[in-house]
Design a protein around this ligand. Structure first.
Ligand code: NAD
Length: 497
């Protein structure tokens, strides 16, 4: 696999200008090969200050604030066009940085462009509301941008997750400072270039890479930041939520998960085994919605587990740009080491490693952060490996006896992001779906997503929703107006309403 070693560090974007001369850099290592990809300029607290001020100024200017919705929609559609034109560049930057296989990276670009088109259509058609009056007046509800939105993204699917935030925040008329994860900065930077080329006024969309521990607090606590949109781990999300709470600004939090994937004996077991394999191993398990806790009804447990083992053994672990590769490396060596530590810990505690539990033996993969698809059994839902998010290709398999036993286990976790149910009994599907603590339930399917459907979690998996019409409203604040139709003042407490 070729890498793009570039002697000049990749610059970042503030106020429509490319910032090249920085004192510190992020050295980017390809997780598939261990080779250095390139260096990226890293922002400081003063860059954050400049980016927020620039977003604030640009978002207040009439050229952006008063832009008519159909004109804003044209710009969003242009961004989608440019994303598709530059899809190879965008996909390649993600593949080099987090090791996701080529096909998945390309599809993320296509889906990201679709998100911009959806937001374009939505903002052109979403109206204000006239609400029922209780007097001689007209009551209206209008939706306005927050001002400056701080968008903070993780490394697992930067293209998808950045598009979810940026498309909706631009549609809603905000200014934005994006802080991508240090492992995956360049797709966000390229999106900044595309936005400029598509006609987003300079300063509206700024991108400042850097370690969250160094510049994250400066961004979230900046007085001009009026909303935070964060996707990442639960502990960082909690910290951001605390900071946002002190400022009394909203924080949309898309956090971690440890999702139950449930197979009843009456399900189509072939389809369920196919889905259970994809649900955990796609993206090398680095998916917040991964079906990482598998619950199988005891009478078909052995049969279903052998079916999944057979499918997992056939998966192709390879370099991300190898034709037919299905699993690439973990996004970083530290992440691979964490996965290894978790599986080794479970093994020491008596878990049975049915397949995997080791690095690949193929010498071509020896320098990368690879780990084989792993199925862990002989554990309870209370065990550490079943309770902690691993974010790797590790499936925790557990049997259940009946619906009560299942519900006890499935909801016994701090997370509540996604879930899946396989059964031929529609009444049971309804009962279980309603009883699960999860923001998303897939019934006889798994990992279906739509840009038109709200996405988000219950419990420690987050707060608020992105995507869909609700996702655009997330980036707007509500203003209510009362317009008198009387010639004299007829309001106040003395009038019964
Ligand atoms: P992370 O929480 O370590 O980092 C996420 C982002 O936050 C990065 O950009 C990081 O630099 C930044 N950050 C770190 N400390 C900060 C601080 N003090 N202030 C502001 N920003 C700070 O998460 P990660 O390891 O990059 O990503 C993996 C996690 O993301 C997993 O838990 C996964 O489940 C979650 N995730 C959730 C969703 C979802 O939609 N629910 C989607 C993808 C990933």
């Amino acid at each position: 696999m070729s890498t793009a070693t570039d002697v000049r560090p990749v610059p970042f974007l503030i106020g429509g200008e490319w910032i090249k001369d920085t004192s510190s850099h992020i050295t980017h290592v390809n997780p598939a090969t261990g080779e250095v990809n390139y260096q990226v300029c890293a922002g400081t607290e003063s860059d954050i200050d400049a980016a927020v001020k620039s977003a604030h100024e640009a978002a207040r200017k009439p050229a952006w604030r008063n832009m008519l919705p159909h004109v804003r929609a044209q710009i969003l559609n242009k961004i989608a066009d440019l994303m598709l034109e530059r899809s190879d560049l965008l996909a390649r930057s993600q593949m080099l940085e987090n090791g996701k296989v080529w096909k998945e990276c390309k599809n993320q670009v296509i889906n990201g462009a679709a998100t911009f088109r959806y937001c374009a259509a939505a903002i052109e058609t979403l109206g204000s509301e006239i609400t029922p009056p209780r007097g001689n007046y007209l009551a209206m509800t209008v939706y306005e941008p927050w001002g400056v939105v701080a968008a903070i993204t993780p490394w697992n699917s930067p293209i998808t997750l950045t598009c979810n935030k940026i498309a909706a925040a631009l549609a809603a008329g905000n200014g934005i400072v994006l802080k991508p994860a240090s492992y995956t900065p360049t797709s966000g930077i390229e999106l900044g270039r595309i936005a400029l080329d598509a006609g987003v006024p300079p300063g509206v969309f700024n991108v400042v890479p850097g370690a969250g521990s160094k510049i994250g607090d400066a961004l979230v606590s900046h007085p001009l930041v009026r909303m935070v949109s964060f996707t990442g781990g639960t502990e960082v999300g909690r910290r951001i939520s605390e900071m946002a709470g002190r400022k009394i600004i909203p924080a949309v939090l898309e956090l971690g998960g440890k999702s139950p994937h449930i197979i009843f004996a009456d399900a189509d077991l072939n389809a369920a085994a196919d889905a259970a394999t994809v649900a955990i191993f796609e993206g090398t398990g680095q998916s917040c919605t991964a079906g990482s806790r598998l619950f199988v009804e005891r009478k078909v447990y052995d049969q279903v587990i052998s079916m999944i083992m057979e499918r997992a053994r056939a998966l192709r672990v390879d370099l991300p740009d190898a034709p037919g590769a299905q699993l690439g490396p973990s996004a970083s060596f530290s992440q691979r080491d964490f996965i290894e530590k978790m599986v080794d810990g479970a093994r020491k505690e008596g878990a049975e490693i049915l397949i995997g539990g080791l690095r690949p033996t193929d010498p071509r993969l020896a320098k990368g952060a690879f780990y084989m698809p792993t199925i862990v059994a002989g554990i309870t839902n209370k065990s550490n490996i079943a309770q902690q998010e691993i974010f790797g290709p590790v499936l925790c398999a557990m049997p259940f006896d009946n619906e009560d036993d299942l519900m006890q286990q499935a909801n016994d976790i701090s997370y509540g992001l996604a879930s899946g149910i396989w059964t031929a009994d529609y009444k049971r599907a309804w009962r279980v779906a309603r009883a699960l603590d999860a923001g998303m339930v897939w019934i006889n399917t798994y990992k279906q997503f739509s840009t038109a459907s709200p996405f988000g979690g219950f419990k420690d998996s987050g707060l608020g929703r992105e995507k869909g019409l609700q996702g655009i409203r997330t980036y707007q604040q509500v203003k209510t107006m009362f317009w008198s139709m009387s010639d004299t003042f007829d309001g106040g407490f003395s009038i019964a309403k």
